[in-house]
Design a protein around this ligand. Sequence first.
Ligand code: NA7
Length: 547
Amino acid sequence: MTQPTSSHPTQTVDAVIVGAGFGGLYMLHRLRKLDLTTRVFEAGTGVGGTWYWNRYPGARCDVESMQYSYSFSEDLQQKWSWSELFASQPEILRYANHVADQLDLRRDITFETRVVAAAFDEAANRWTVRTDKGDVVSARFCIMATGCLSTARKPDFPGMDSFKGQTFHTGHWPHEGVDLTGLRVGVIGTGSSAIQAIPVIAQQAAEVTVFQRTPNFSIPSRNGPMRPEYEAQWKATYPEQRAKARMSRNGVLTNPNDFSAMSVSDQERLRILEERWQAGGTVFMAAFNDLVLNQQSNDAAAEFVRGKIRSLVKDPATAELLTPKNHPIGTKRICVDTDYFLTYNRDNVKLVDVSKAPIEALTESGLRIGSTEYAFDAIVFATGFDAMTGTLTRIDIRGRDGETLAAKWEAGPRTYLGLMTAGFPNLFMITGPGSPSVLSNMIVSIEQHVDWITDCIASLGARQIDRIEANRDAEDNWVAHVNEVAFKTLYPSANSWYMGANIPGKPRVFMPYIGGVGNYRVKCQEIAANDYEGFELSSSAQAVAAE
Ligand code: NA7
Protein backbone atom coordinates (compact mmCIF):
# COMPACT_ATOMS: atom_id res chain seq x y z
CA MET A 1 0.00 0.00 0.00
CA THR A 2 1.44 3.34 -1.01
CA GLN A 3 1.04 5.97 1.67
CA PRO A 4 0.68 9.46 0.26
CA THR A 5 3.62 11.63 1.20
CA SER A 6 2.81 14.77 -0.73
CA SER A 7 0.63 17.37 0.93
CA HIS A 8 -0.22 18.85 -2.42
CA PRO A 9 -3.90 18.25 -3.15
CA THR A 10 -4.65 16.19 -6.21
CA GLN A 11 -8.20 17.51 -6.10
CA THR A 12 -9.98 20.47 -4.55
CA VAL A 13 -13.68 20.15 -3.79
CA ASP A 14 -16.29 21.74 -1.59
CA ALA A 15 -16.97 18.53 0.33
CA VAL A 16 -15.57 15.07 0.86
CA ILE A 17 -17.98 12.38 2.00
CA VAL A 18 -16.54 9.24 3.56
CA GLY A 19 -18.70 6.21 2.78
CA ALA A 20 -21.29 5.34 0.15
CA GLY A 21 -23.91 3.65 2.31
CA PHE A 22 -27.36 5.14 2.77
CA GLY A 23 -25.89 8.17 4.55
CA GLY A 24 -23.22 8.95 1.94
CA LEU A 25 -25.53 8.42 -1.03
CA TYR A 26 -28.21 10.81 0.19
CA MET A 27 -25.60 13.36 1.33
CA LEU A 28 -24.07 13.38 -2.13
CA HIS A 29 -27.48 13.86 -3.71
CA ARG A 30 -28.29 16.83 -1.45
CA LEU A 31 -24.92 18.54 -1.88
CA ARG A 32 -25.19 18.26 -5.65
CA LYS A 33 -28.48 20.11 -5.44
CA LEU A 34 -26.59 22.92 -3.69
CA ASP A 35 -24.15 22.93 -6.63
CA LEU A 36 -21.30 21.88 -4.37
CA THR A 37 -18.45 19.87 -5.85
CA THR A 38 -18.26 16.63 -3.90
CA ARG A 39 -16.06 13.54 -3.84
CA VAL A 40 -17.18 10.37 -2.09
CA PHE A 41 -14.64 7.74 -1.05
CA GLU A 42 -15.88 4.21 -0.47
CA ALA A 43 -13.77 1.25 0.66
CA GLY A 44 -16.01 -1.33 -1.02
CA THR A 45 -16.37 -2.01 -4.72
CA GLY A 46 -19.99 -0.89 -4.64
CA VAL A 47 -22.57 1.20 -2.78
CA GLY A 48 -24.71 0.04 0.15
CA GLY A 49 -22.45 0.24 3.23
CA THR A 50 -23.72 -2.15 5.91
CA TRP A 51 -25.77 -3.96 3.27
CA TYR A 52 -22.74 -4.28 1.03
CA TRP A 53 -20.59 -5.95 3.70
CA ASN A 54 -23.03 -8.03 5.74
CA ARG A 55 -23.82 -10.80 3.25
CA TYR A 56 -24.02 -13.66 5.73
CA PRO A 57 -26.78 -16.25 5.21
CA GLY A 58 -30.09 -14.99 6.55
CA ALA A 59 -29.04 -11.30 6.74
CA ARG A 60 -32.19 -9.26 6.89
CA CYS A 61 -33.39 -5.90 8.15
CA ASP A 62 -35.37 -5.95 11.38
CA VAL A 63 -37.31 -2.82 10.40
CA GLU A 64 -40.24 -3.57 8.09
CA SER A 65 -39.38 -3.00 4.44
CA MET A 66 -42.19 -0.48 3.88
CA GLN A 67 -40.53 1.67 6.54
CA TYR A 68 -36.90 0.99 5.66
CA SER A 69 -36.37 3.11 2.58
CA TYR A 70 -35.68 6.73 1.69
CA SER A 71 -38.62 9.07 2.07
CA PHE A 72 -37.14 12.12 0.34
CA SER A 73 -38.35 11.17 -3.13
CA GLU A 74 -41.96 10.36 -3.81
CA ASP A 75 -40.91 8.88 -7.14
CA LEU A 76 -38.44 6.48 -5.47
CA GLN A 77 -40.82 5.35 -2.77
CA GLN A 78 -43.73 4.81 -5.14
CA LYS A 79 -41.81 2.94 -7.83
CA TRP A 80 -39.78 0.56 -5.69
CA SER A 81 -41.49 -2.67 -4.58
CA TRP A 82 -40.28 -4.93 -1.77
CA SER A 83 -40.92 -8.63 -2.15
CA GLU A 84 -41.07 -9.46 1.57
CA LEU A 85 -42.38 -7.84 4.76
CA PHE A 86 -38.80 -7.75 6.09
CA ALA A 87 -36.29 -7.27 3.29
CA SER A 88 -33.30 -9.55 2.88
CA GLN A 89 -29.78 -8.18 2.45
CA PRO A 90 -29.61 -8.90 -1.31
CA GLU A 91 -32.83 -6.98 -1.89
CA ILE A 92 -31.71 -3.99 0.21
CA LEU A 93 -28.42 -3.96 -1.69
CA ARG A 94 -30.37 -3.97 -4.98
CA TYR A 95 -32.36 -1.02 -3.65
CA ALA A 96 -29.16 0.91 -2.78
CA ASN A 97 -27.86 0.25 -6.30
CA HIS A 98 -31.18 1.27 -7.80
CA VAL A 99 -31.04 4.60 -5.94
CA ALA A 100 -27.43 5.17 -7.04
CA ASP A 101 -28.46 4.52 -10.65
CA GLN A 102 -31.64 6.60 -10.56
CA LEU A 103 -29.83 9.60 -9.10
CA ASP A 104 -26.71 9.04 -11.22
CA LEU A 105 -24.54 9.07 -8.10
CA ARG A 106 -21.65 6.81 -9.10
CA ARG A 107 -19.74 9.39 -11.13
CA ASP A 108 -18.76 11.21 -7.91
CA ILE A 109 -17.83 8.09 -5.97
CA THR A 110 -14.32 6.63 -5.89
CA PHE A 111 -14.64 2.95 -4.98
CA GLU A 112 -12.08 0.61 -3.42
CA THR A 113 -10.51 3.57 -1.71
CA ARG A 114 -10.31 4.03 2.02
CA VAL A 115 -9.88 7.38 3.71
CA VAL A 116 -6.95 7.00 6.11
CA ALA A 117 -6.43 10.55 7.37
CA ALA A 118 -7.97 13.99 7.50
CA ALA A 119 -6.31 17.10 8.89
CA PHE A 120 -7.79 20.55 9.43
CA ASP A 121 -5.88 23.53 8.09
CA GLU A 122 -6.76 26.42 10.39
CA ALA A 123 -5.51 29.17 8.15
CA ALA A 124 -7.58 28.05 5.19
CA ASN A 125 -10.51 26.54 7.11
CA ARG A 126 -10.22 23.43 4.95
CA TRP A 127 -9.68 19.72 5.45
CA THR A 128 -6.92 17.79 3.73
CA VAL A 129 -8.19 14.26 3.24
CA ARG A 130 -5.87 11.37 2.35
CA THR A 131 -6.69 7.93 1.05
CA ASP A 132 -4.88 4.60 0.92
CA LYS A 133 -4.55 5.05 -2.84
CA GLY A 134 -2.59 8.26 -2.55
CA ASP A 135 -5.36 10.79 -3.14
CA VAL A 136 -4.90 14.09 -1.32
CA VAL A 137 -8.07 16.12 -1.47
CA SER A 138 -8.67 19.59 -0.13
CA ALA A 139 -12.26 20.16 1.00
CA ARG A 140 -14.13 22.86 2.89
CA PHE A 141 -16.29 20.23 4.57
CA CYS A 142 -15.55 16.65 5.54
CA ILE A 143 -18.61 14.50 6.18
CA MET A 144 -18.24 11.15 7.86
CA ALA A 145 -20.92 8.78 6.54
CA THR A 146 -19.02 5.84 7.93
CA GLY A 147 -21.89 3.97 9.56
CA CYS A 148 -22.33 2.81 13.15
CA LEU A 149 -21.48 -0.87 12.68
CA SER A 150 -18.74 -0.93 10.08
CA THR A 151 -15.62 -2.07 11.89
CA ALA A 152 -16.03 -5.82 12.29
CA ARG A 153 -14.39 -7.34 15.32
CA LYS A 154 -12.89 -10.77 15.81
CA PRO A 155 -11.73 -11.78 19.28
CA ASP A 156 -7.97 -12.18 19.54
CA PHE A 157 -7.87 -15.82 20.59
CA PRO A 158 -4.40 -17.34 20.66
CA GLY A 159 -3.74 -19.41 17.55
CA MET A 160 -6.07 -17.39 15.29
CA ASP A 161 -3.89 -18.24 12.29
CA SER A 162 -3.33 -21.88 13.11
CA PHE A 163 -6.83 -23.10 12.14
CA LYS A 164 -6.57 -24.96 8.82
CA GLY A 165 -10.24 -24.67 7.88
CA GLN A 166 -12.06 -21.60 6.61
CA THR A 167 -12.98 -18.66 8.86
CA PHE A 168 -15.56 -15.97 8.15
CA HIS A 169 -16.84 -12.88 9.94
CA THR A 170 -20.53 -12.17 9.35
CA GLY A 171 -19.66 -8.53 8.62
CA HIS A 172 -17.14 -9.47 5.91
CA TRP A 173 -18.92 -12.35 4.22
CA PRO A 174 -17.36 -13.34 0.86
CA HIS A 175 -19.20 -11.78 -2.06
CA GLU A 176 -19.27 -14.99 -4.02
CA GLY A 177 -21.14 -16.68 -1.16
CA VAL A 178 -20.03 -19.72 0.83
CA ASP A 179 -21.23 -23.26 0.35
CA LEU A 180 -21.38 -24.83 3.80
CA THR A 181 -23.13 -27.97 2.55
CA GLY A 182 -22.01 -31.04 4.45
CA LEU A 183 -19.47 -29.13 6.58
CA ARG A 184 -18.93 -29.09 10.33
CA VAL A 185 -19.43 -25.45 11.26
CA GLY A 186 -18.70 -23.62 14.51
CA VAL A 187 -20.52 -20.34 15.11
CA ILE A 188 -19.16 -17.97 17.76
CA GLY A 189 -21.67 -15.45 19.11
CA THR A 190 -25.42 -15.22 19.56
CA GLY A 191 -26.19 -11.57 18.70
CA SER A 192 -28.51 -10.40 15.90
CA SER A 193 -26.21 -11.61 13.12
CA ALA A 194 -25.82 -15.11 14.57
CA ILE A 195 -29.52 -15.37 15.36
CA GLN A 196 -30.32 -14.66 11.70
CA ALA A 197 -27.51 -16.83 10.31
CA ILE A 198 -27.75 -19.97 12.46
CA PRO A 199 -31.15 -21.23 11.16
CA VAL A 200 -29.96 -20.89 7.55
CA ILE A 201 -26.51 -22.40 8.18
CA ALA A 202 -28.16 -25.32 10.00
CA GLN A 203 -30.08 -26.19 6.85
CA GLN A 204 -26.85 -26.53 4.83
CA ALA A 205 -24.20 -27.75 7.22
CA ALA A 206 -23.71 -31.32 8.42
CA GLU A 207 -23.28 -30.11 12.00
CA VAL A 208 -23.49 -26.70 13.65
CA THR A 209 -22.02 -25.98 17.07
CA VAL A 210 -22.98 -22.61 18.52
CA PHE A 211 -20.73 -21.05 21.17
CA GLN A 212 -22.83 -18.77 23.33
CA ARG A 213 -21.46 -16.34 25.89
CA THR A 214 -24.71 -14.44 26.50
CA PRO A 215 -28.17 -15.60 25.46
CA ASN A 216 -30.33 -12.98 23.78
CA PHE A 217 -34.00 -12.15 23.65
CA SER A 218 -35.39 -12.66 20.18
CA ILE A 219 -38.86 -12.12 18.76
CA PRO A 220 -40.13 -13.98 15.67
CA SER A 221 -40.27 -11.66 12.67
CA ARG A 222 -43.38 -13.28 11.11
CA ASN A 223 -41.76 -12.42 7.82
CA GLY A 224 -43.55 -13.42 4.64
CA PRO A 225 -44.18 -12.30 1.09
CA MET A 226 -45.29 -8.69 0.67
CA ARG A 227 -49.07 -8.54 0.46
CA PRO A 228 -50.12 -6.29 -2.44
CA GLU A 229 -52.91 -4.66 -0.42
CA TYR A 230 -50.49 -3.94 2.46
CA GLU A 231 -48.00 -2.33 0.07
CA ALA A 232 -50.77 -0.31 -1.60
CA GLN A 233 -52.04 0.90 1.76
CA TRP A 234 -48.56 2.13 2.72
CA LYS A 235 -47.96 3.77 -0.62
CA ALA A 236 -51.30 5.57 -0.49
CA THR A 237 -50.50 7.02 2.92
CA TYR A 238 -46.73 7.47 2.73
CA PRO A 239 -46.65 11.25 3.38
CA GLU A 240 -48.64 10.94 6.64
CA GLN A 241 -46.87 7.76 7.77
CA ARG A 242 -43.39 9.12 7.12
CA ALA A 243 -44.26 12.33 8.96
CA LYS A 244 -45.42 10.29 11.95
CA ALA A 245 -42.30 8.11 11.89
CA ARG A 246 -40.07 11.21 11.91
CA MET A 247 -41.72 12.40 15.12
CA SER A 248 -41.92 8.99 16.79
CA ARG A 249 -39.68 7.49 19.47
CA ASN A 250 -37.59 5.27 17.24
CA GLY A 251 -38.41 6.35 13.71
CA VAL A 252 -40.49 3.21 13.31
CA LEU A 253 -44.27 3.06 13.50
CA THR A 254 -44.90 0.39 16.10
CA ASN A 255 -48.44 1.25 17.16
CA PRO A 256 -47.18 1.86 20.72
CA ASN A 257 -49.42 1.41 23.74
CA ASP A 258 -49.15 4.50 25.90
CA PHE A 259 -49.61 2.88 29.30
CA SER A 260 -47.51 1.00 31.81
CA ALA A 261 -47.31 -2.78 31.93
CA MET A 262 -48.12 -2.40 35.60
CA SER A 263 -51.31 -0.45 34.96
CA VAL A 264 -53.21 -3.48 33.67
CA SER A 265 -54.24 -6.82 35.22
CA ASP A 266 -51.92 -9.84 34.94
CA GLN A 267 -54.31 -11.40 32.48
CA GLU A 268 -54.54 -8.28 30.31
CA ARG A 269 -50.72 -7.88 30.36
CA LEU A 270 -50.29 -11.43 29.09
CA ARG A 271 -52.94 -10.89 26.42
CA ILE A 272 -51.15 -7.78 25.12
CA LEU A 273 -47.73 -9.47 25.19
CA GLU A 274 -49.16 -12.48 23.34
CA GLU A 275 -50.73 -10.17 20.75
CA ARG A 276 -47.35 -8.47 20.19
CA TRP A 277 -45.49 -11.79 20.07
CA GLN A 278 -47.92 -12.98 17.40
CA ALA A 279 -47.55 -9.70 15.46
CA GLY A 280 -43.77 -10.26 15.54
CA GLY A 281 -40.70 -8.04 15.25
CA THR A 282 -39.51 -5.12 17.35
CA VAL A 283 -43.10 -3.87 17.86
CA PHE A 284 -42.96 -6.23 20.84
CA MET A 285 -41.07 -3.59 22.83
CA ALA A 286 -43.89 -1.08 22.22
CA ALA A 287 -46.40 -3.30 24.05
CA PHE A 288 -46.17 -0.87 26.99
CA ASN A 289 -44.63 2.56 27.43
CA ASP A 290 -42.29 1.63 30.27
CA LEU A 291 -40.56 -1.60 29.29
CA VAL A 292 -37.12 0.02 29.30
CA LEU A 293 -37.90 2.34 32.19
CA ASN A 294 -39.46 0.20 34.89
CA GLN A 295 -37.77 -2.96 36.14
CA GLN A 296 -41.05 -4.60 37.13
CA SER A 297 -42.60 -3.97 33.72
CA ASN A 298 -39.45 -5.20 32.04
CA ASP A 299 -39.38 -8.34 34.21
CA ALA A 300 -42.92 -9.16 33.11
CA ALA A 301 -42.08 -8.89 29.41
CA ALA A 302 -38.77 -10.72 29.87
CA GLU A 303 -40.47 -13.58 31.75
CA PHE A 304 -43.06 -13.84 28.99
CA VAL A 305 -40.34 -14.30 26.36
CA ARG A 306 -38.44 -16.74 28.59
CA GLY A 307 -41.64 -18.80 28.73
CA LYS A 308 -41.81 -18.77 24.93
CA ILE A 309 -38.20 -19.96 24.65
CA ARG A 310 -38.89 -22.81 27.09
CA SER A 311 -41.95 -23.84 25.09
CA LEU A 312 -40.14 -23.72 21.73
CA VAL A 313 -36.96 -25.60 22.64
CA LYS A 314 -37.54 -29.31 23.34
CA ASP A 315 -34.43 -30.12 25.36
CA PRO A 316 -34.91 -28.45 28.78
CA ALA A 317 -31.17 -28.00 29.40
CA THR A 318 -30.68 -26.28 26.02
CA ALA A 319 -33.81 -24.18 26.60
CA GLU A 320 -32.44 -23.04 29.96
CA LEU A 321 -29.10 -22.07 28.39
CA LEU A 322 -30.90 -20.07 25.70
CA THR A 323 -32.95 -18.17 28.27
CA PRO A 324 -31.50 -14.71 28.96
CA LYS A 325 -31.26 -13.88 32.64
CA ASN A 326 -28.55 -11.28 33.05
CA HIS A 327 -29.97 -8.24 31.28
CA PRO A 328 -33.36 -6.54 31.01
CA ILE A 329 -35.17 -7.30 27.75
CA GLY A 330 -34.43 -4.71 25.07
CA THR A 331 -31.34 -3.27 26.77
CA LYS A 332 -29.13 -5.28 24.45
CA ARG A 333 -30.42 -4.83 20.92
CA ILE A 334 -33.52 -7.02 20.75
CA CYS A 335 -33.14 -9.64 18.03
CA VAL A 336 -35.69 -10.57 15.40
CA ASP A 337 -35.54 -14.07 13.97
CA THR A 338 -37.02 -16.72 11.75
CA ASP A 339 -37.08 -20.05 13.60
CA TYR A 340 -34.02 -19.32 15.74
CA PHE A 341 -35.10 -21.18 18.86
CA LEU A 342 -36.70 -24.04 16.87
CA THR A 343 -33.35 -24.59 15.16
CA TYR A 344 -32.01 -26.03 18.42
CA ASN A 345 -34.52 -28.90 18.04
CA ARG A 346 -32.58 -30.13 15.00
CA ASP A 347 -30.31 -33.12 15.45
CA ASN A 348 -27.41 -31.36 13.73
CA VAL A 349 -27.34 -28.30 16.04
CA LYS A 350 -25.58 -28.16 19.40
CA LEU A 351 -25.21 -25.30 21.89
CA VAL A 352 -22.08 -24.82 24.00
CA ASP A 353 -22.12 -22.38 26.91
CA VAL A 354 -18.90 -20.35 27.03
CA SER A 355 -20.03 -17.92 29.72
CA LYS A 356 -17.98 -19.57 32.45
CA ALA A 357 -15.42 -21.55 30.48
CA PRO A 358 -14.41 -19.31 27.57
CA ILE A 359 -12.93 -20.32 24.24
CA GLU A 360 -9.22 -20.51 24.97
CA ALA A 361 -7.63 -20.87 21.57
CA LEU A 362 -8.11 -21.71 17.94
CA THR A 363 -6.27 -24.87 16.98
CA GLU A 364 -5.32 -26.52 13.69
CA SER A 365 -8.56 -28.46 13.62
CA GLY A 366 -10.95 -26.12 15.40
CA LEU A 367 -11.02 -24.61 18.85
CA ARG A 368 -10.31 -25.54 22.42
CA ILE A 369 -12.15 -24.96 25.70
CA GLY A 370 -10.29 -26.38 28.68
CA SER A 371 -9.33 -29.91 27.68
CA THR A 372 -12.15 -30.22 25.14
CA GLU A 373 -11.27 -29.91 21.44
CA TYR A 374 -13.96 -29.10 18.88
CA ALA A 375 -13.17 -29.97 15.25
CA PHE A 376 -14.60 -27.92 12.38
CA ASP A 377 -14.30 -27.37 8.65
CA ALA A 378 -15.38 -23.73 9.03
CA ILE A 379 -15.70 -21.23 11.87
CA VAL A 380 -18.11 -18.30 11.63
CA PHE A 381 -17.31 -15.29 13.79
CA ALA A 382 -20.61 -13.55 14.54
CA THR A 383 -18.75 -11.49 17.11
CA GLY A 384 -19.96 -8.01 16.25
CA PHE A 385 -18.36 -4.63 15.70
CA ASP A 386 -16.38 -1.87 17.34
CA ALA A 387 -19.65 0.03 17.19
CA MET A 388 -20.28 3.74 16.73
CA THR A 389 -16.76 5.04 17.36
CA GLY A 390 -14.41 2.32 16.03
CA THR A 391 -14.49 3.41 12.41
CA LEU A 392 -14.04 7.10 13.19
CA THR A 393 -11.19 6.69 15.66
CA ARG A 394 -9.31 4.36 13.30
CA ILE A 395 -9.01 7.20 10.79
CA ASP A 396 -6.20 9.63 11.65
CA ILE A 397 -8.48 12.66 12.06
CA ARG A 398 -6.68 15.76 13.30
CA GLY A 399 -8.56 18.90 14.19
CA ARG A 400 -7.36 22.28 15.39
CA ASP A 401 -3.94 22.21 17.08
CA GLY A 402 -3.32 18.75 15.66
CA GLU A 403 -5.53 17.07 18.28
CA THR A 404 -6.60 13.61 17.09
CA LEU A 405 -10.19 12.43 17.37
CA ALA A 406 -8.96 9.15 18.89
CA ALA A 407 -7.22 11.09 21.68
CA LYS A 408 -10.17 13.36 22.25
CA TRP A 409 -12.51 10.38 22.56
CA GLU A 410 -10.20 8.25 24.68
CA ALA A 411 -12.62 8.30 27.61
CA GLY A 412 -15.67 7.99 25.34
CA PRO A 413 -17.14 9.94 22.43
CA ARG A 414 -17.90 13.63 22.98
CA THR A 415 -20.12 15.36 20.46
CA TYR A 416 -22.65 18.11 20.16
CA LEU A 417 -25.87 16.48 18.92
CA GLY A 418 -23.87 13.60 17.43
CA LEU A 419 -23.32 15.94 14.47
CA MET A 420 -20.03 17.68 15.30
CA THR A 421 -17.27 17.54 17.89
CA ALA A 422 -15.51 20.58 19.38
CA GLY A 423 -12.01 21.19 18.03
CA PHE A 424 -12.89 19.70 14.64
CA PRO A 425 -14.47 22.51 12.62
CA ASN A 426 -16.36 21.72 9.39
CA LEU A 427 -16.34 17.99 10.19
CA PHE A 428 -19.83 16.52 10.29
CA MET A 429 -20.88 13.04 11.32
CA ILE A 430 -23.98 11.36 9.97
CA THR A 431 -25.63 9.44 12.85
CA GLY A 432 -22.63 10.01 15.10
CA PRO A 433 -22.48 8.98 18.77
CA GLY A 434 -24.77 11.19 20.85
CA SER A 435 -27.56 11.01 18.26
CA PRO A 436 -30.44 8.48 18.14
CA SER A 437 -28.65 6.47 15.42
CA VAL A 438 -28.67 2.76 16.32
CA LEU A 439 -31.69 3.15 18.60
CA SER A 440 -33.75 4.22 15.60
CA ASN A 441 -34.74 3.35 12.08
CA MET A 442 -31.36 4.24 10.56
CA ILE A 443 -32.78 5.64 7.34
CA VAL A 444 -35.05 8.07 9.21
CA SER A 445 -32.09 9.28 11.27
CA ILE A 446 -29.80 9.44 8.25
CA GLU A 447 -32.27 11.62 6.35
CA GLN A 448 -32.70 13.92 9.32
CA HIS A 449 -28.93 14.41 9.70
CA VAL A 450 -28.31 14.84 5.99
CA ASP A 451 -31.11 17.42 5.72
CA TRP A 452 -29.79 19.30 8.76
CA ILE A 453 -26.20 19.31 7.47
CA THR A 454 -27.35 20.41 4.01
CA ASP A 455 -29.39 23.31 5.43
CA CYS A 456 -26.46 24.26 7.64
CA ILE A 457 -23.97 24.31 4.75
CA ALA A 458 -26.43 26.28 2.61
CA SER A 459 -26.95 28.80 5.39
CA LEU A 460 -23.19 29.25 5.90
CA GLY A 461 -22.66 29.65 2.16
CA ALA A 462 -25.37 32.29 1.87
CA ARG A 463 -23.61 34.33 4.56
CA GLN A 464 -20.05 33.68 3.34
CA ILE A 465 -19.22 31.91 6.57
CA ASP A 466 -16.64 29.23 5.96
CA ARG A 467 -16.26 27.73 9.40
CA ILE A 468 -18.58 26.11 11.91
CA GLU A 469 -17.47 24.44 15.10
CA ALA A 470 -19.26 22.98 18.09
CA ASN A 471 -18.70 25.02 21.21
CA ARG A 472 -17.14 23.07 24.11
CA ASP A 473 -19.74 24.18 26.67
CA ALA A 474 -22.58 23.20 24.35
CA GLU A 475 -20.87 19.86 23.81
CA ASP A 476 -20.35 19.27 27.54
CA ASN A 477 -24.01 20.04 28.18
CA TRP A 478 -25.10 17.70 25.40
CA VAL A 479 -22.89 14.84 26.64
CA ALA A 480 -24.31 15.37 30.15
CA HIS A 481 -27.84 15.34 28.75
CA VAL A 482 -27.20 12.12 26.71
CA ASN A 483 -25.97 10.47 29.92
CA GLU A 484 -28.74 11.79 32.09
CA VAL A 485 -31.44 10.48 29.74
CA ALA A 486 -29.67 7.13 29.35
CA PHE A 487 -29.37 6.62 33.10
CA LYS A 488 -33.10 7.17 33.55
CA THR A 489 -33.55 3.92 31.62
CA LEU A 490 -32.52 0.33 32.23
CA TYR A 491 -30.14 0.35 29.22
CA PRO A 492 -26.86 1.09 31.03
CA SER A 493 -27.30 -2.00 33.20
CA ALA A 494 -26.55 -4.33 30.27
CA ASN A 495 -23.10 -5.23 28.95
CA SER A 496 -24.02 -4.13 25.44
CA TRP A 497 -22.18 -2.69 22.49
CA TYR A 498 -24.23 0.49 23.11
CA MET A 499 -22.04 0.78 26.23
CA GLY A 500 -18.82 -0.24 24.48
CA ALA A 501 -18.85 -3.39 26.66
CA ASN A 502 -18.02 -5.78 23.81
CA ILE A 503 -14.56 -4.31 23.19
CA PRO A 504 -11.91 -5.02 25.84
CA GLY A 505 -10.62 -1.72 27.19
CA LYS A 506 -13.28 0.44 25.52
CA PRO A 507 -14.70 3.02 27.95
CA ARG A 508 -18.14 2.22 29.35
CA VAL A 509 -20.23 5.09 28.03
CA PHE A 510 -23.77 4.89 26.71
CA MET A 511 -23.15 6.12 23.16
CA PRO A 512 -26.47 6.64 21.35
CA TYR A 513 -29.06 9.27 22.36
CA ILE A 514 -32.14 7.68 23.85
CA GLY A 515 -34.29 10.82 24.17
CA GLY A 516 -36.36 9.89 21.11
CA VAL A 517 -36.16 10.58 17.40
CA GLY A 518 -39.01 13.15 17.41
CA ASN A 519 -37.71 15.11 20.42
CA TYR A 520 -34.21 15.06 19.00
CA ARG A 521 -35.41 16.34 15.62
CA VAL A 522 -37.20 19.27 17.29
CA LYS A 523 -34.08 20.07 19.32
CA CYS A 524 -31.92 20.12 16.16
CA GLN A 525 -34.46 22.31 14.37
CA GLU A 526 -34.60 24.77 17.26
CA ILE A 527 -30.82 25.01 17.40
CA ALA A 528 -30.63 25.73 13.66
CA ALA A 529 -33.47 28.28 13.88
CA ASN A 530 -31.59 29.97 16.72
CA ASP A 531 -28.70 30.70 14.37
CA TYR A 532 -26.91 27.46 15.20
CA GLU A 533 -26.92 27.95 18.95
CA GLY A 534 -23.98 26.20 20.56
CA PHE A 535 -21.89 26.39 17.39
CA GLU A 536 -19.30 29.03 16.61
CA LEU A 537 -19.52 30.47 13.12
CA SER A 538 -16.68 32.45 11.57
CA SER A 539 -15.00 33.12 8.30
CA SER A 540 -11.37 33.39 7.25
CA ALA A 541 -12.18 36.61 5.33
CA GLN A 542 -13.36 38.26 8.57
CA ALA A 543 -10.27 37.05 10.40
CA VAL A 544 -8.00 38.55 7.73
CA ALA A 545 -9.94 41.84 7.75
CA ALA A 546 -9.64 42.07 11.55
CA GLU A 547 -5.85 41.67 11.52
P1 NA7 B 1 -23.33 -8.36 18.54
O1 NA7 B 1 -24.73 -8.06 18.83
O2 NA7 B 1 -22.27 -7.52 19.17
O3 NA7 B 1 -23.09 -9.89 18.91
C1 NA7 B 1 -21.81 -10.43 19.01
C2 NA7 B 1 -21.91 -11.77 19.68
O4 NA7 B 1 -20.62 -12.35 19.75
C3 NA7 B 1 -22.43 -11.69 21.09
O5 NA7 B 1 -23.26 -12.80 21.34
C4 NA7 B 1 -21.15 -11.78 21.91
O6 NA7 B 1 -21.34 -12.23 23.22
C5 NA7 B 1 -20.37 -12.75 21.08
N1 NA7 B 1 -18.94 -12.73 21.35
C6 NA7 B 1 -18.07 -11.71 21.15
N2 NA7 B 1 -16.84 -12.06 21.52
C7 NA7 B 1 -16.92 -13.34 21.97
C8 NA7 B 1 -15.99 -14.27 22.51
N3 NA7 B 1 -14.72 -13.93 22.67
N4 NA7 B 1 -16.44 -15.49 22.87
C9 NA7 B 1 -17.73 -15.82 22.72
N5 NA7 B 1 -18.66 -14.99 22.23
C10 NA7 B 1 -18.27 -13.76 21.85
O7 NA7 B 1 -23.04 -8.34 16.97
P2 NA7 B 1 -24.01 -8.72 15.78
O8 NA7 B 1 -23.22 -8.68 14.53
O9 NA7 B 1 -24.77 -9.93 16.07
O10 NA7 B 1 -25.07 -7.56 15.76
C11 NA7 B 1 -24.66 -6.20 15.69
C12 NA7 B 1 -25.81 -5.33 15.29
O11 NA7 B 1 -25.98 -5.42 13.89
C13 NA7 B 1 -27.14 -5.72 15.81
O12 NA7 B 1 -27.38 -5.31 17.10
C14 NA7 B 1 -28.09 -5.08 14.83
O13 NA7 B 1 -28.23 -3.72 15.15
C15 NA7 B 1 -27.35 -5.20 13.54
P3 NA7 B 1 -21.62 -11.16 24.43
O14 NA7 B 1 -23.05 -10.73 24.23
O15 NA7 B 1 -20.67 -10.02 24.22
O16 NA7 B 1 -21.39 -11.92 25.65
